[in-house]
Design a protein around this ligand. Sequence first.
Ligand SMILES: Cc1ncc(COP(=O)(O)O)c(C=O)c1O
Length: 404
Amino acid sequence: MKYRKAEHLNNAKYEIRGKVADKAAQLKLRGINILELNIGNPGIFGFQVPDTMNMAIIRNLDKAAAYSDSKGIFAAREAIVIETQNIGIKGVDIDHVFLGNGVSELIMMSMEALLNPEEEVLIPSPDYPLWTAAVNIANGKAVHYNCDSENDWQPDLEHMEAQISARTRALVVINPNNPTGAVYSKETLEEITAIARRHRLIIFSDEIYSKILYDDIEHVPMAILSDDVLVVTFNGLSKSYRACGFRAGWLYLSGPVQQAEDYIDGLTQLLSMRLCSNVPAQWAIQTALGGNQSIYQLTADGGRLKRQRDLTIKRLRAIEGISCVNPQSALYAFPEIDLSLFDFDDDEDFIIKLLEEEHVLLVQGSGFNYDRSYAFRVVFLPHEETLNKAFDRLENFLSIHRKA
Ligand SMILES: Cc1ncc(COP(=O)(O)O)c(C=O)c1O
């Protein structure tokens, strides 16, 4: 007798915490120190949550033991509405702001509430793989549109539109992007809006890195661009406020919400059944959004994140066989590697051998539903000293595996 998992999980990959990470965990149990450049979790690299956010939680703990409203507490949702007004989004109603246990839970629920079997959602390739997994777990079908490194990882809009079928319900935009660090221009976003309008699709816009920006690049929120296309925007405390463990994220709907009553009803149903999200962390949201945005000190010239990003690009580009587009946002570089120069079978073989031989942990490009060239993701959260050590090892490793 075998107790089997549900078949839809066979189409749900999450390699960031998958097979290679399991191998790393086994090595750690044998006492080996691993240089972990695989997860975008600022708290483990010495980045701190603003003290005011911790204080907001502590001072409200006596109110946080009970379940809250399923959508979340009023103060947090009101602060999110004010933030939408400050960034130029019109008409977001507090009733259309929902808090979740991180953006992750809301991604799952937003797909579960939307999809009937075989209905399709367009997702970027490469992607943040939870999006593809969430569609497949909801028994829908993830269909990928290309983002191209030759074009700074911008979406290929012709390919995007060509991927639309009669069964397509929605398109997902991850902007700023994980894993590529790309930020999309207003013109590109307007064209995506036009595609959604032509085909009556909902846009799901994951903007969790909207405040982690380098080189004066501007982030344009998808929801400011139209009032006739339904946009569901996601954001949260995990990255810009370095509070991954709080599990606090939100989504809001904008545009023709009156046409989305049934969908909102479905979402509300799912939110109600899970009662509410983590209440103590909900109390940090108003303080986070209203306070000093300390992330900007980290991303400005001389700031820790900016220095680490610059070092990462410099070190990667110095290796023959590796090319790397400049990430303009987020915590990642997504370099490509010309595997014909080396003796690896594929990107996973490369990443596993790097782990086994040099104890450096990265994630292979195929873990982000990307297979048009070989790539890998580097998290540049560790201090410069650790990054330098990891790149020294990578360089050494590739010199050993270079074909004669
Ligand atoms: C693009 C993107 N969306 C969503 C998430 C999930 O974030 P949360 O911690 O809010 O669940 C991540 C986490 O890395 C991410 O990179």
